[in-house]
Write a new protein. Structure first.
Length: 156
């Protein structure tokens, strides 16, 4: 009678490594991919949010919303003594800064593209909380910051 030979530990290890390699390649090929524009979207959103923080931080006075209130728009007097309003562009998922009825243009302009929602809360005459949700509904990011106005003493 012949003895039945068992698998050695080395053979089992080799087979398990081969299976691991095949499964990892299959997972890499079949997994759902994120859109290629995602890093670019995040970079644009962060840059726009940084511009918003800078402009609000340098402003002189918050005109709207009133203290203790939250609104989807914010109106402030900037360092150049101009009234600026950040509001949603009609029929778009975009917020932009306006002077009067015209959108601002140039390096100081704030443009938040792919913005689903924005809210601004005036916590005090010199402190604003900004919350922005950027991106598509299924793949969005929320940015939040408390922004202190540094030039309130210069107010009229």
């Amino acid at each position: 009678m012949r003895q039945r030979r068992a698998y050695t530990l080395l053979e089992l290890l080799f087979v398990s490594l081969m299976l691991l390699l095949v499964f990892s390649m299959a997972y890499t090929l079949l997994r759902p991919r994120l859109p290629e524009e995602r890093p670019f979207l995040d970079q644009r959103a962060l840059l726009a949010f940084a511009t918003l923080q800078k402009r609000l931080g340098e402003s002189i006075q918050i005109l709207a919303p009133a203290r203790g209130r939250t609104a989807a728009t914010i109106e402030f007097v900037d360092i150049h003594d101009k009234t600026v309003r950040l509001q949603q562009v009609p029929e778009k998922h975009e917020w932009a800064s306006f002077q009067g009825d015209q959108p601002e243009d140039g390096p100081e302009a704030i443009r938040l593209t792919d913005c689903q929602r924005a809210s601004f809360t005036a916590l005090s005459p010199s402190l604003v909380m900004a919350v922005l949700t950027v991106g598509k509904k299924e793949d969005s990011r929320t940015f939040m910051a408390s922004i202190r106005l540094r030039n309130v003493a210069m107010a009229r």
